[in-house]
Design a protein around this ligand. Structure first.
Ligand SMILES: C[S@@+](CC[C@H](N)C(=O)[O-])C[C@H]1O[C@@H](n2cnc3c(N)ncnc32)[C@H](O)[C@@H]1O
Length: 302
């Protein structure tokens, strides 16, 4: 057998065996994950069918990756990266892995904003996913990220710098208390936020989430999980310029409560809930009023 045919035979066997092992371990998408692990061990971005050589480390590395995935370590942490909109972000253990549903927040922002988009705050930034996407897609924009956890704040800085060199900065602070650097940045054109919002009694089931996403990234505080989200809304009233927009992710059962919190603040003339791509209510969109809110102002609710 020629060398390239031998490589393909080895890859076919690896794919069958890795898919079987991941399936037996309860991994929800064993074949997709097996392909990703094989490509990482092969150190190639090319389709597996086109590979003609494999590095010497292939077998040992694939075994290590497979064992980690069998233990339900998230695929993104094994690969060290996660896709987000047009970017490939660096991810690390101890920092929340960005999710595809969050990507929509950037489109909602552009849809609802009136006026220029120069300064954007990414509150509860984690890897810096939302802020990095803004820097990547809007070349004139600058981003100020705020994140409480030191490891996440450092990773935000890395991903922002990669996406838009010199246009992003990070403040490590707790948004439920005073953050002088953030207050000093007003007026801000837009705020994007995917804060922690899970209520204390809704414990996630997937091992990937429960064992690997930091608890502070999941649970929002308070009986309804909206402790940190309410702080984000209060910051938005304080920071946004008239016509500036807040887009904040929440759980599908929290739409009414998030709208009520925004309405109670008295600072927005448009308040609505936007669905994700599967139709579930997942985002609060609130636009800062031009002046004092008036009874006749535009108010959309679902
Ligand atoms: C659900 S994760 C989202 C991360 C990122 N925005 C994303 O979409 O991938 C929430 C993040 O908020 C941070 N966080 C939690 N409480 C916070 C607080 N009081 N002040 C600032 N950041 C906070 C967590 O450390 C975590 O990184």
């Amino acid at each position: 057998m020629s060398d390239d045919l031998a490589v393909r035979a080895r890859l076919r066997a690896a794919l069958a065996q890795t898919t079987r092992r991941l399936g037996e371990a309860g991994v929800p998408s064993p074949s997709v994950d097996a392909r990703a692990l094989i490509a990482a061990a092969a150190r190639s971005e090319r389709p597996l069918v086109l590979l003609e050589t494999l590095p010497e480390s292939f077998g040992a590395e694939l075994e290590e990756f497979t064992v980690r995935r069998e233990r339900r370590e998230p695929l993104q942490l094994i690969l060290g990266r996660a896709p987000f909109r047009r970017l490939m972000l660096t991810v690390r253990p101890g920092v929340f892995i960005p999710r595809p549903e969050t990507e929509l927040a950037v489109d909602l922002l552009r849809e609802h904003l009136r006026g220029p988009l120069e300064l954007v705050a990414d509150l509860c930034s984690g890897t810096g996913a939302l802020g990095a996407a803004v820097l990547d897609e809007i070349p004139a924009a600058r981003v100020l990220a705020v994140e409480v956890e030191p490891a996440a704040a450092a990773l935000s800085a890395e991903n922002l710098e990669a996406a838009g060199p010199g246009r992003g900065s990070v403040v490590r602070a707790d948004l439920t208390g005073p953050v002088p650097q953030l207050a000093a940045a007003a007026p801000i054109d837009a705020i994007l936020s995917n804060p922690p919002y899970i209520p204390p009694d809704a414990v996630p089931r997937d091992a990937e989430v429960l064992d690997h996403d930091p608890h502070r990234a999941l649970f929002g505080g308070g009986a309804d999980g909206l402790g940190v989200p309410r702080a984000v809304i209060a910051w938005a009233v304080h920071l946004l310029r008239p016509g500036g927009v807040l887009v904040m992710e929440h759980a599908d059962v929290q739409g009414a409560a998030a709208r009520a919190a925004a309405a109670d603040s008295g600072g927005f003339d448009l308040i609505r809930t936007a669905p994700d791509l599967t139709g579930r209510d997942r985002f609060l969109v609130a636009r800062r009023a031009d002046g004092a809110p008036s009874p006749g102002s535009e108010r959309l609710t679902r």
